[in-house]
Design a protein around this ligand. Structure first.
Ligand code: UTP
Length: 289
């Protein structure tokens, strides 16, 4: 089966960004001049996935407005002759086929995925966590779709992390089965370095088979009284194989202020329009450190 749909989980509180996220969604924070969630939708579309389901919550309306058409803004830009921005904002409103579902209570990532069950239907689907921005020549999700097509099983994106950082991630126990591909034998949520079965950390890209919904139904409230995706994956692993894929590309953890700052610097430096001037500025700043 083909991966045609994606779920983007955007209902979290974004506490780490308070007070910035008191009255605006974390997913709308910009990296240079694009909100985080736009990078994600662009990655989905560039990976051949058009049907995008965004899980939102109270206070997240700006996300819907961002991908909607704004006739007033379009005519204002047209009147000013600002045709390049006009083209850009029209492009944003034409990206993918986006639908929204509200998570009425923030009961965790597993719960956010569970409420999309009827929208996803009985087919494999991609999951994107907008906190993880991945820069790569081939979009990270496109790489994962290729792995899914080969194995027809769930695939989690993994990245090697320093041993001392394992306690910040879900870590897989896994055996290599191909180039950058591993067969998962176990999953542990945030293990201490001593308890970690490997240094392969799960990051915010998944392709899941529809059986995950059954598993999430069975998963009770776990850590933080939330339904944890890792717990659901552990149940799924008892029924069917799960693969881990070490994607190529640079991941930025945009879920914390420092991570967002680093992502902004690197993405700005990679841009041809502002990169050279920004680079000169940074070199100047660094001289004073
Ligand atoms: P995080 O654990 O990063 O939580 O969620 P958060 O609310 O986004 O940020 P902090 O920790 O409060 O600063 C991981 C992903 O799961 C989504 C988030 O939007 C993020 O994409 N999520 C989390 C939901 O959609 N619903 C939830 O109930 C919890």
């Amino acid at each position: 089966m083909k991966v045609r749909k994606a779920v983007v989980t955007a209902a979290g509180w974004g506490t780490r960004f308070l007070p910035a996220t008191k009255a605006q969604p974390k997913e709308m924070l910009p990296v240079v001049d694009k909100p985080l969630i736009q990078y994600i939708v662009e990655e989905a579309v560039a990976s051949g996935i058009q049907q995008i389901i965004v899980v939102t919550a109270l206070g997240k309306r700006a996300i819907e407005d961002h991908f909607d058409r704004s006739f007033d803004l379009e005519s204002a830009l047209r009147a000013k002759g600002n045709l390049s921005k006009l083209k850009e904002i029209k492009r944003v409103s034409e990206m993918g086929e986006i639908s929204y579902i509200r998570q009425k209570e923030q009961l965790g990532l597993g719960h956010a995925i569970l409420i999309t069950e009827n929208l996803v239907g009985g087919e494999p689907f991609a999951v994107f966590l907008p906190d993880d921005l991945i820069q790569s020549d081939v979009p990270a999700m496109a790489q994962m779709v290729e792995v899914f097509n080969r194995y027809q099983a769930s695939v989690v994106a993994v990245e090697r992390v320093p041993k001392e950082a394992t306690s910040a991630y879900g870590i897989v126990a896994a055996e290599p089965v191909g180039e950058r591909v591993f067969k998962v034998t176990g999953l542990v949520e945030k293990p201490s370095p001593e308890a970690a079965p490997s240094n392969l950390a799960i990051v915010g890209r998944y392709i899941l088979t529809p059986e995950i919904f059954q598993a999430l139904h069975q998963t009770g409230r776990g850590k933080g009284n939330e339904i944890q995706l890792t717990d659901g994956l552990q149940l799924l692993l008892k029924q069917q194989p799960i693969y881990a894929y070490e994607f190529t590309g640079k991941r930025h953890d945009a879920g914390t202020p420092l991570g967002l700052l680093k992502a902004s610097v690197e993405i700005a430096l990679s841009r041809s329009d502002i990169g050279p001037e920004f680079s000169a500025y940074l070199k100047d700043v660094v001289r004073w450190l």
